[in-house]
Design a protein around this ligand. Structure first.
Ligand code: GLY
Ligand code: MN
Length: 464
């Protein structure tokens, strides 16, 4: 938790930028996994954490812009709660820690909202991403279930995006900490992996490294010898000699800031010739992207630059052909690189994605619908203080190659015969986290090997 002055100042900025009305911020509830009392690990809503700072379930807050008050609504623990889950300070004492003087019982929130509605005041709320939010908004505001999402407040979304996307110095301390732990997780994976192990054994090492540092995971671990499946959460394969192992994972600090990195390394101590050639192209695309980032440059342009480097580099290997500009404008590179170059990162690993990608990543402008480019979550011009990931990838997805070939797609740009020999290649991605600075960018956290020489040195020592 930050100081009460931080939370008070954040609420004041929000109040000024939304201008008038009432802001309703919903906290999250505990969620039953397979029956009511067997909960998933609790995760508070990030907007609630950002402005209200409290990490307990079943709270809501109202910022009354015109009255200049903030009230936290929640119920004190029952005797049973204290017996089963332990004591807590009162809600008033918790709220005081983030500079909030008004608290009330949870059911009072309906009275406050109805009083505001009766006076014709604007009630600003965010789009729901959990059914419990939809149900609350339906009951509390008398909205039909199906219209709740459409009634979310655009002025509130825009104000929150503008504020949360620029990271302050104290947030960057947390983000560096999250990425430091994330770096340790990746180094541990590189050191632990030996041919013959199961993927879940290395995933266990990655997870325990986060836990041993007092952190948690910022998203479920992707750790796979089938890296061509982008979000592959299956960990049941034997890690075989000759394969690549892709690990995409991140830590979340106790203060709820995320890290997100990917490394891909050879199960053998050395990259094979094929792996080496493709990895060299991938690393070049990563480096080109990082060199291009600075305030004012649209991230979409950086994405397309990385795509051109990939298409060009694969031409040297013989997998692609033809004019690079033309190929990338038609989306040919998406056969190999079907996702976006990166996303913003903060309290959420995909920061504020619940507020809608178009508002968060595109300043409200329309997103491309082209295969590949449609998956770019961040396209807008960069600003000093934005934190983001740079994560180009090159994947050989046999099913996609077969479909495109059968459709005769982009025959002038792709060497399908040569691609046949890469169908068991897998996939690779390199991901690091950056903050945009006045002159360019700064990589967050401790460096973990990305070069072939550095990765091979770690791997050879690990294998012994
Ligand atoms: N690290 C997973 C993702 O960015 O989607
Ligand atoms: Mn990522």
């Amino acid at each position: 938790m930050f100081s009460k002055e931080t939370y008070t100042a954040r609420r004041e900025v929000l109040r000024q930028s939304v201008g008038s009305g009432v802001i309703l911020i919903l906290g999250n509830e505990e969620a039953g996994m397979n029956y009511r009392d067997n909960w998933y690990h609790f995760r508070q809503d990030s907007t609630f954490l950002y402005y209200i700072g409290l990490n307990q379930a079943s709270l809501a807050a109202i910022i009354d812009i015109d009255e200049n008050t903030t009230t936290v609504y929640g119920d004190e623990l029952t005797v049973d709660d204290i017996v089963w889950t332990g004591p807590l300070p009162s809600i008033a004492a918790l709220a005081a820690e983030t500079g909030i003087r008004h608290t009330a019982a949870h059911n009072e929130v309906i009275n406050a909202l109805q009083a505001a509605q009766q006076k014709g005041r604007n009630i600003h709320f965010l789009p729901p991403y959990r059914d419990e939010h939809t149900v609350k908004l339906h009951h509390w505001l008398g909205l039909a279930i199906g219209e709740v999402a459409d009634k979310a407040s655009l002025p509130l979304i825009k104000a929150i995006v503008a504020q949360r996307e620029i990271k302050t110095a104290e947030e960057l301390v947390e983000l560096d900490k999250a990425v430091d732990i994330t770096s340790d997780m990746h180094l541990a994976a590189m050191k632990a992996t030996k041919a013959g192990m199961m993927e879940y054994e290395v995933s266990g090492v990655v997870n325990s490294t986060a836990l041993l540092n007092g952190a948690e995971l910022s998203f479920p671990i992707i750790l796979t010898t089938n890296g061509q499946t982008l979000h592959n959460h299956y960990h049941g394969n034997v890690i075989e000699e000759g394969r690549l192992l892709l690990c995409d994972s991140g830590a979340q600090t106790s203060n709820h800031y995320a890290g997100d990195m990917t490394r891909t390394f050879p199960v053998n101590g050395t990259f094979s010739q094929k792996q080496r050639e493709v990895y060299t192209v991938l690393l070049q695309s990563h480096e080109d992207a990082v060199a291009a980032m600075k305030p004012g440059v649209p991230y979409k342009d950086v994405h397309l630059l990385a795509a051109r480097t990939i298409f060009d580099g694969l031409k040297q290997i013989g997998l692609t052909k033809g004019d690079t500009e033309e190929a990338v404008s038609q989306g040919v590179h998406a056969l190999f690189f079907p996702h976006g170059l990166g996303h913003q990162m903060g309290m959420d690993v995909h920061d504020m994605e619940n507020l809608g990608e178009v508002q968060v990543g595109y300043d409200g402008a329309a997103k491309s619908t082209q295969f590949g480019l449609k998956s770019l979550r961040l396209g807008k011009p960069l600003k000093e203080g934005i934190v983001l990931t740079v994560e180009p990838g090159i994947y050989l997805i046999p099913e996609l190659i077969d479909i495109w070939r059968s459709e005769g797609k982009f025959m002038d740009f792709l060497n399908y015969d040569k691609l046949e020999g890469y169908k068991d290649f897998g996939g690779m991605r390199v991901e690091e986290d950056f903050v945009i600075t006045a002159g360019g960018s700064r990589r967050l956290g401790k460096k973990v090997a990305t070069s072939i020489a550095d990765i091979e040195a770690i791997r050879q020592e690990a294998i012994g």
